[in-house]
Design a protein around this ligand. Sequence first.
Ligand code: G1P
Length: 297
Amino acid sequence: MKRRVTKAIFPVAGLGTRFLPATKSIPKEIMTLVDRPLIQYAIDEARAAGIKEFIFVTSRGKGALEDYFDHAPELEASLRKKGKDELLEVLQNTNMDSGAIAYIRQHRALGLGHAVWCARRLIANEPFAVILPDDVIAAETPCLEQMVEAYQETGGCMVAAMEVPPEAASSYGVLDVKEDLGSMVSIKGMVEKPAPGTAPSNLAVIGRYILTPKVLQNLNRIRSGAGGEIQLTDAIAEEIRNDRDVFGFRFRGERFDCGSKAGFLQATVSFGLAREELRDEFAQYLREMIALPNAAQ
Ligand code: G1P
């Protein structure tokens, strides 16, 4: 029997303070990588993985996100009239079906675990995905699709995982590996943002998850953890303590941390170079920049 995952939660309530002043008036998920907002990459990845219901956990000041997914009849009519069919298609791909998208407010910034818990009634009793739009992953087969495929074999909970340098481990949820099976690892523990030097491995959680509804029940009971926040990592680790399977999945692809300025810039360069219509001009510019002594100054 196929294990179906048709719902995904997108936690988008964060204030995005690292990108002030831009995020004073626009949600960080609307910030643009080449010509598409970050959230569009997350939605496209979810669609490719077979997700049919998109649940956004938002907060005050995120109205632009709701507008972004709405239909834009005037704009569409004007493009149609001008015969701009390609643009029309680009635009129509951003439209979401009526009833496919839901917005839930997280009223207080209590952490990622709390944000996911806010969507519990819409998830009810099914496995579900969580996508953190800050983590943008360039991959031939989109990351969540890879995971849904692997999940057919495993069931349980699955988190995307990636090796990080030891000094970076304290910025992530980190896996305590029971058995390394190659692209998959079985896990005997998980720690959110371990103190420097205490990480159980250098295998970090990246923002893609397939979770059982049990994790939502665990979140009912979980108290605040690292950074005083209710952590999703702790609710998943609880599954291991209850003798249920949790796997880390080493995805094939390149991950960009678009929650940081340096990561966002790297993603911009990489996605820019990947675009056929930009590649030559952009690559030429980068070569010139690098050739110039002290170009960065
Ligand atoms: C969140 C998770 C963390 C994970 C990270 C991946 O942390 O809590 O476990 O490793 O995303 O990006 P945040 O980056 O929101 O602090």
